[in-house]
Design a protein around this ligand. Structure first.
Ligand SMILES: Cc1ncc(COP(=O)(O)O)c(C=O)c1O
Length: 424
């Protein structure tokens, strides 16, 4: 069953924007998606109708308190968290991860080991490397295969020791698009007595995310990658947060989640994040009936949200194979990621390519001339670009469709690459 893409696109005003009569095509989604009108409205409504600080004895403040609680409930449903208290909002995934690392560091002992991966965005590397520097810990690197673009879990087994305290990996790569077997990785970390920290920034927008089923201890994501505003979200198991001391001012709450939300949070962005979750609920309610059985263990909004992501993931697999087949048919193009047509469930539709010696930035600029937006370079996945030997060649061109994109938009990009940009 396919989602009703016309109905979906009608909810995003920016998708019908034209410049000089040419419609825009957004393939820059891994760096940030467009938002439904309801998300923008929720942000504006909060600022007009509930513009107050929290926990005051008056109407607008009470409305803010309700909004915060509703936003946490929404994120808890999206991630199937046990409790809404386990949801922390913050400036960005990066800022939240640095803050968490600052609190985890003092609980560790010099010589303890932290596993980070070569496939990850720097936001899931440098916070841990700096924590290791500050507390005399040892960083151990999980490599990936440049043939399969996946981890070999035997490598992880070799890295795990009785000193391993954390395993920090991403749900999906923002450069190669590989979806990792997070459940297996978390099980291994747990068996070794280590915590797992999952960077869900690139997986949460594309696949159902159930933190309890994954068996992770922490998972961070960013609302602006899943059709919401520029806000980060950190989920942690209550027991994983328990031994940590948050960096906070004295009058602030001493318990989660408030202790990790330093200063006055962005209430209007919480309103937008809640509206983004409600957008997926609308998809679940109206389009994903066939997917509800797969999530029978969930109920109510949780079930509808997971069904919505199940539906969208299947649709996006079609976009991935269309895009990859099209790119591979162009002379001189190399796709850096999983390309096997039967393995589209092992990747998200974020597809990076190079075209011989052609400069990725020049290709991105040429696409912009036709109002098609893509990113180029390392996209902060510096270790990936190094491993692929593309560091000195300007990295890659990254095409990142999401569910609101269509095969005809992909054809527009492929035609332009083949007949104009790469033939020159
Ligand atoms: C995989 C991944 N992790 C982390 C981040 C950083 O997220 P934020 O901008 O919320 O700090 C990004 C941003 O592109 C990302 O793609």
């Amino acid at each position: 069953m396919n989602p009703d893409i016309d109905a979906i696109r009608a909810r995003f005003p920016s998708l019908s924007t034209q410049d000089d009569g040419i419609s825009r095509v957004y393939f820059d989604n891994p760096a940030g998606t467009q938002v439904p009108a309801s998300v923008a409205k929720a942000v504006a409504d909060c600022m007009i109708e509930s513009c107050a600080n929290q926990k005051g004895p008056f109407r607008t403040s009470r409305r803010v308190d309700k909004l915060i609680s509703d936003a946490r409930d929404a994120m808890a449903d999206l991630l199937n968290a046990e409790s809404a208290d386990e949801i922390v909002f913050g400036q960005s995934m990066t800022a939240l991860t640095f803050s968490l690392a600052r609190s985890i560091g003092p609980t560790l002992t010099p010589g303890d080991e932290i596993i980070v991966s070569q496939m990850d965005h720097d936001a899931n590397i440098t916070p841990w490397v700096m924590m290791a520097r500050d507390h005399d810990l040892r960083i151990r690197w999980l490599p990936f295969s440049i043939e399969t673009y996946e981890f070999d879990l035997a490598d992880l087994d070799e890295l795990l020791t009785d000193r391993t305290r954390m395993v920090c990996v991403g749900g999906a790569s923002n450069l190669t698009g590989t979806l990792h077997d997070i459940k297996a990785i978390c099980a291994r970390a747990r068996d070794a007595g280590a915590l797992s920290f999952i960077d869900g920034v690139q997986s949460v927008p594309h696949v159902p995310t159930d933190v309890r089923d994954l068996g992770c201890d922490f998972l961070a994501c960013s609302a602006y990658k899943f059709f919401g505003p520029h806000q980060g979200v950190l989920w942690g198991r209550r027991e994983a947060f328990a031994p940590l001391t948050a960096y906070q001012v004295r009058p602030a709450p001493s318990a989660i989640p408030g202790n990790f939300e330093t200063g006055t949070p962005s209430f209007e962005l919480m309103a937008g994040t809640k509206a983004a979750v409600e957008y997926f609920d609308w998809i679940g309610t109206n389009m994903a009936a066939d997917y509800m059985d797969r999530f029978e263990h969930l109920a109510g909004r949780r079930q509808r949200l997971h069904a919505a992501f199940g539906l969208l993931a299947d649709y996006e697999q079609g976009l991935s194979s269309h895009l990859i087949a099209g790119l591979q048919s162009i002379n001189g193009v190399t796709v850096h990621g999983v390309t096997d047509a039967d393995a589209m469930h092992r990747r998200v539709p974020t597809v990076s390519f190079t075209a011989g010696q052609k400069d990725p930035q020049t290709i991105a600029e040429a696409l912009d001339e036709e109002n098609m937006f893509v990113w180029h370079g390392h996209n902060y996945a510096v270790e990936v670009v190094k491993a692929l030997g593309l560091e000195d060649r300007g990295g890659v061109v990254r095409v990142g469709p999401v569910h609101y994109n269509t095969p005809s938009e992909l054809d527009r990009l492929l035609d332009s690459l083949e007949s104009r940009i790469l033939s020159a």
